[in-house]
Design a protein around this ligand. Structure first.
Ligand SMILES: [Zn+2]
Length: 84
């Protein structure tokens, strides 16, 4: 199921299908999706999802499907990290 992506809307570069890691924010929580089918611009790296893929990720988050694993994520405030 390969999707034909339109040229990059930012730089006009070729957009090729790839599986990527995507972080998704919802309701103050962070979710990580791995191996998500997406289109990636070969020139600037901009990522494009089909509407169906976005809807599927939303559905997974809303249904509270048991995740494959849970990770802890370090959080920094940029300015404070500089003076630490
Ligand atoms: Zn681009």
């Amino acid at each position: 199921m390969t999707h034909e992506y339109a040229p990059c809307s930012l730089c006009g570069g070729e957009v090729v299908p790839k599986c990527i890691r995507h972080t998704y924010h919802w309701d103050g929580q962070l979710f990580v999706f791995e191996d998500v089918p997406a289109g990636v611009c070969v020139q600037c790296g901009e990522v494009y999802f089909t509407a169906e893929t976005v809807k599927t990720m939303e559905k997974i988050v809303l249904s509270k499907t048991k995740p494959k694993r849970t990770i802890r994520v370090p959080v920094y405030t940029y300015a404070e990290a500089l003076t630490a």
